[in-house]
Design a binder for this molecule. Structure first.
Ligand code: HEM
Length: 188
């Protein structure tokens, strides 16, 4: 996993819980924490940090990832405004992740290994979104989607219809975006 994701996690932890908490997480995970944005680090290191955060903040690991993704979005919006200003709604933004955002990410961060998403419109206007990645970070994807809804002043009803953690070949989300601020999650 690219160092930029570790840098983002450090920023989110620091903003919400203070720099000391990040240092404590590194210590608990027995990691040195010198991550450069362009460097590549083992997925296992992220796993250890998420587990340490789960223990320290008394949150399930999935909630840690979801919180991280949600809080990371405004930071990404400041750093990469063009990805966001090209859209006026979260639905259109999310639809661009596979075609535009992540391909660009792969140009900026050599060796980035981004997930595969697929999309289908549901008859009632909801968006069916498939997620495939050996990392099985669907909770992070959920957080990113919630964070993008917040960015556009919307809320999203997130239904996790199928999940790789429950033996499915890929995750399947049903997203319904509406105007407003709160978001509602429905687990698989
Ligand atoms: C709703 C929008 C987005 C979703 C759902 C999403 C989802 C994800 C997920 C779940 C991962 C974890 C890797 C995996 O699952 O295998 C990931 C990786 C990544 N994403 Fe996104 N992402 C979004 C937008 C963005 C944006 C705006 C950026 C900013 C440039 C970005 C940059 C990255 C980077 C750098 C990685 C790490 C790749 C690696 O370590 O090899 N993503 N994304």
């Amino acid at each position: 996993m690219k160092g930029v994701i570790f840098n983002l996690f450090e920023e989110v932890v620091g903003r919400c819980h203070g720099e000391d908490t990040w240092d404590a997480l590194l210590e608990a995970a027995e990691l040195t924490g010198s991550y450069t944005s362009l460097g590549s680090y083992s997925d296992d290191e992220m796993g250890k940090l998420v587990r340490a955060a789960s223990d320290m903040l008394v949150m399930p690991e999935g909630e840690v990832l979801r919180w991280f993704g949600r809080e990371a979005m405004p930071i990404l919006a400041k750093r990469y405004p063009g990805f966001f200003t090209a859209h006026t709604s979260a639905r259109s933004f999310v639809l661009s992740v596979n075609r535009i955002i992540h391909p660009e990410v792969r140009k900026i961060y050599a060796g980035a290994d981004v997930p595969i998403f697929d999309f289908q419109g549901a008859p009632d206007g909801a968006l069916l979104m498939g997620y495939q990645s050996a990392r099985k970070l669907c909770a992070l994807a959920e957080g990113f989607i919630e964070g993008s809804a917040q960015y556009y002043g919307e809320r999203v009803k997130f239904e996790h219809l199928e999940c790789m953690h429950h033996g499915h070949a890929k995750c399947l989300f049903r997203l319904s975006f509406v105007s407003g601020r709160a978001s509602i999650g429905v687990a698989a």
